[in-house]
Design a protein. Structure first.
Length: 137
């Protein structure tokens, strides 16, 4: 049997299961009940704040990559996820026409490919760490 190095307590796993079960009907509810159009205050601040968050994740990931730190896999995974989320919301919130076409192009040609490369990079760093641990046995 393979030795397990990392695990969550059962109560956390149970919390995730309960959260997923609650989130399924909630998603159907909001999809059916939220308005298609909504005017938001602080729209500019929300997007700028999200971009600052993405910049911070980029800098943290660069730092861990240059320093060859174990935390690289976590920051790279978070960065890739934020890139996908950014692409999703850019495309869905863009005005129809030129703005939406630009958002789709940016997502398809830049954000999603960088996210995929970053996910691969994170997975490889975890695999390298696992190989090192196995050698120490």
């Amino acid at each position: 049997m393979e030795k397990q190095y990392f695990h969550f307590p059962r109560w956390i796993t149970g919390l995730y299961v309960i959260s997923a079960l609650i989130l399924i009907p909630w998603t159907f509810y909001i999809a059916d009940n939220l308005p298609q159009y909504h005017i938001a205050q602080h729209w500019d601040l929300a997007w700028a704040g999200f971009d600052v968050f993405m910049i911070v994740l980029l800098l943290i990931t660069i730092f861990f990559a240059v320093r060859r730190k174990i935390w690289l896999s976590l920051s790279a995974t978070a960065l890739a996820t934020v890139l996908v989320v950014d692409a999703w919301f850019d495309v869905l919130t863009a005005r129809p026409g030129h703005q939406q076409k630009d958002a789709i192009l940016f997502a398809v040609l830049i954000e999603v490919p960088i996210a995929i490369i970053t996910y691969i990079y994170a997975a490889r760093s975890v695999a390298r760490l696992h190989r090192r641990i196995e050698k120490l046995k």
